[in-house]
Design a protein around this ligand. Structure first.
Ligand SMILES: [Zn+2]
Length: 150
């Protein structure tokens, strides 16, 4: 399949999970900026999320692996830093998935994903990764991660 079918590439990319949040794909995360077919090669423009986030390397590798698994070998990944990625690039649907996964989505106000309480306490600015902070709900007492808004 070397005929420049961009939809196929988007479909494949849609099966590559975010390395940190397996329920959402790299497409849903909003890091895939563009897919073009230039001189017999797919050029996939990727904008990293948080600079220095270790996941950036991981999802590039995952994208390569997934494309090759689908017999796509004529591609290159172009890293695009501007405009910078923002949590606004996540769709409502993606945010809903995050919440169902137990992560408070990037909204202005952090909210307990279990009971929707805003009566919460910041435990740490940094959760498992720098992209998230750790909270504890004062109502249901469950700790949860909040995806930081940037
Ligand atoms: Zn709660």
């Amino acid at each position: 399949m070397q005929n420049g079918n961009l939809n196929t590439i988007w479909d494949i990319l849609g099966t590559v999970p975010d390395p940190e949040i397996p329920v959402i794909s790299v497409v849903e995360l909003g890091v895939i900026r563009n897919v073009e077919f230039i001189e017999n090669e797919y050029v996939i423009s990727v904008t990293p999320t948080y600079s220095g986030c270790p996941a950036v390397k991981t999802f590039q590798d995952d994208i390569k692996t997934q494309l090759k698994a689908n017999n796509i070998n004529n591609f290159k990944i172009k890293i695009v830093y501007k405009p910078a990625w923002t949590t606004n690039w996540m769709t409502k649907k993606t945010k809903k998935k995050l919440k169902e996964y137990g992560i408070s989505p990037p909204e202005d106000i952090a909210q307990c994903p279990q009971c929707n309480s805003t009566n919460i306490e910041l435990i740490s600015e940094f959760g498992a990764t720098a992209c998230k902070s750790l909270y504890k709900c004062s109502d249901c007492l469950e700790p949860f991660e909040h995806f930081k808004c940037i």
